[in-house]
Design a protein around this ligand. Structure first.
Ligand SMILES: C[S@@+](CC[C@H](N)C(=O)[O-])C[C@H]1O[C@@H](n2cnc3c(N)ncnc32)[C@H](O)[C@@H]1O
Length: 368
């Protein structure tokens, strides 16, 4: 039997054996002789092309994002979803010259966002999927702030640049409630897909009362309430966020600050949806401890958010790693990292429940 605790043999300098292998591979890839050989052999040519494509996509990804943003912000995406347009009609709808419109539509067609059929333009496969995905257009518009911060990525990482995204997040006491409302609206727009992951992963009907901690405008609670009618619902968020949202029948409202205030008792299920990763380790642990303190024995905490996977899944460490850096708070965590924090906060056990689209959200269930 393999002993997983057995130490991995290291070289004389104390380095992991995998490092030498990775260095050998990297030298091979960089060698002109190896590259020439790969071009001559058919499988090698195929692999080289695939890597070249991926490398090009990495280099050009920002351009693709901006083509998509132009399609959304010009209104063309929505108009093409309603009806096919000739080039002149599209130019009129987008308030662009026919030449500029053609440039945009051709660029979008190369990304499967649009399609040229006869004399008309319509949506391509990805364009149709984009329109059908709730909240994605709102997210693309919101990325204007994020990409402004990313214009100098090193300044962002050094903490000397950015600030556009953080200003939206920072609705501390005294700030304009309109900012809290803008952010909550974005969160609500992207919420249906997240709620769908939680509903597919967890049987809420086994509980009596659900408290959504940092629940924003209550979109998650409304989605769960529609699927599980008997469940009593409670919303905990900052006072200015609660004040900025419409009073909902049947949802108990608890204004407060989860870093300092105790959470209300009497709920047998808590949820933290896209909340934990917004916070650095110390406040994140305080939130988990507050949940643990307010839950009775047998109570559960559901953590729903996109989680990181080391070396894989770029939505984790690449997207959220940089997004949360721009937010100036929090970090993406792996399920194992969160489980360790849950243990430190006093939860007796936690399990991961598979979700249909981990890219949107993964789900951990912790028991008191
Ligand atoms: C990223 S949003 C997520 C909103 C919602 N759960 C969702 O997924 O759409 C984070 C939420 O946590 C709330 N929040 C942040 N800090 C808080 C604090 N100290 N106390 C209470 N709520 C807080 C914010 O107001 C916001 O509604």
């Amino acid at each position: 039997m393999l002993d997983s605790k057995r130490p991995i043999p290291r070289d004389q300098a104390g380095r992991h054996p995998g490092l030498a292998l990775a260095q050998w591979r990297n030298r091979l890839i960089a060698s002109p002789r190896f590259q020439a050989l790969a071009q001559r052999l058919l499988p090698g040519r195929w692999i080289a092309r695939r890597h070249a494509r991926r490398l090009f996509d990495l280099t050009a990804g920002f351009v693709y994002s901006q083509v998509t943003a132009a399609l959304v912000e010009s209104g063309l995406l929505r108009t093409l979803a309603d009806m096919p347009l000739t080039l002149d009609q599209a130019a009129g709808a987008a308030c662009l010259t026919p030449h500029a419109t053609r440039t945009l539509l051709l660029a979008a067609a190369s990304l499967d966002l649009t399609q040229h059929v006869g004399e008309h333009w319509t949506l391509g496969v990805r364009g149709a999927a984009l329109v059908a995905t709730p909240g994605l257009e709102a997210m693309i518009r919101h990325h204007r702030l994020f990409y402004a911060d990313l214009a100098d990525p090193l300044a962002l990482l050094r903490g000397s640049g950015g600030g556009a995204l953080a200003s939206l997040w920072d609705y501390a006491p005294g700030s304009d409630p309109a900012d809290a409302r803008t952010y909550s609206e974005l969160m609500s727009a992207t919420q249906p897909m997240v709620a769908a992951q939680a509903l597919a992963a967890y049987r809420f009907a086994r509980h009596r009362r659900l408290l959504d901690i940092g629940g924003g405008s209550g979109a998650f609670l409304r989605a769960v309430g529609e699927s599980v009618p008997g469940l009593a619902l409670g919303l905990f968020d900052r006072p200015q966020v609660i004040a900025a949202t419409a009073a909902e029948d049947g949802i108990a409202r608890h204004p407060g600050d989860f870093r300092h205030d105790p959470l209300p008792a009497g709920y047998d299920l808590h949820s933290l949806v896209r909340v934990l990763h917004d916070h650095d380790d110390e406040p994140a642990l305080a939130i988990l401890a507050a949940s643990r303190a307010a839950l009775s024995p047998g109570g559960r905490l559901l953590i729903v958010e996109p989680m990181a996977a080391p070396g894989k899944a770029p939505e984790g460490h690449a997207y959220f790693g940089l997004y949360l850096t721009a937010m100036r708070s929090g970090r993406p965590r792996t399920p194992d990292e969160i489980r360790a924090m849950l243990r430190a906060a006093g939860f007796s056990k936690s399990v991961q429940r598979p979700t249909p689209l981990p890219l949107v959200a993964s789900c951990l269930v912790a028991t008191v």
